[in-house]
Design a binder for this molecule. Structure first.
Ligand code: RTP
Length: 155
């Protein structure tokens, strides 16, 4: 098999206010841990509306943007960085579709949510946006480099 090295991809995953309120922080973390991804940064914080406007800047022309940013800043969130092979794409699969009604059971949204505006978790949609989002939410030294249980041959 090929040598490790492509397992350093990172995704920005954030438990939204409804995920915190519903007591699903542990459940989301558990799923990413069990899948084999590595937690390299995490905070518990209530962000400002301005910060959420920057986070969702790509959506600023959409009609739900103001309400989305207000909602996202109304209560605490859990921003995280997860690392591992294909974590951006696989992370999105684990989350399910944006609309929970279209999300299959087995996904986080498919198992725990019903409303598009309360879909529990955010996940980066590309490696590029992951980089931007990680830089927005974490200082360089808040993303930790360390060796976890995986060594040269376990993913
Ligand atoms: P996210 O960024 O939160 O991971 O979600 P996403 O990529 O799956 O979806 P995106 O299109 O980026 O939308 C961001 C969030 O806005 C809310 N939304 N509300 N019609 C609506 O009311 C509506 N559409 C989207 C969702 O909570 C979505 O996750």
């Amino acid at each position: 098999f090929s040598k490790m090295g492509d397992n350093k991809e990172r995704s920005f995953i954030m438990i939204k206010p409804d995920g915190v309120q519903r007591g699903l922080v542990g459940e989301v973390i558990k799923r990413f841990e069990q899948k084999g991804f590595k937690l390299v940064a995490m905070k518990f914080t209530q962000a400002s509306e301005e910060h959420m406007k920057t986070h969702y800047k790509d959506l600023e022309k959409l009609k739900f943007y103001p309400g989305l940013c207000k909602y996202m800043s109304s209560n605490p969130v859990v921003p995280m960085v997860w690392e591992g092979l294909g974590v951006v794409k696989t992370g999105r699969v684990m989350l399910g579709e944006t609309d929970p009604a279209k999300s299959l059971p087995g996904t986080i949204r498919g198992d725990f949510s019903v409303h598009i505006g309360r879909n529990l978790v955010h996940g980066s949609d590309s490696v590029e946006s992951a980089k931007k989002e990680i830089a927005l939410w974490f200082k360089d030294d808040e993303v930790v480099t360390y060796t976890a249980g995986n060594n040269e041959w376990i993913y």
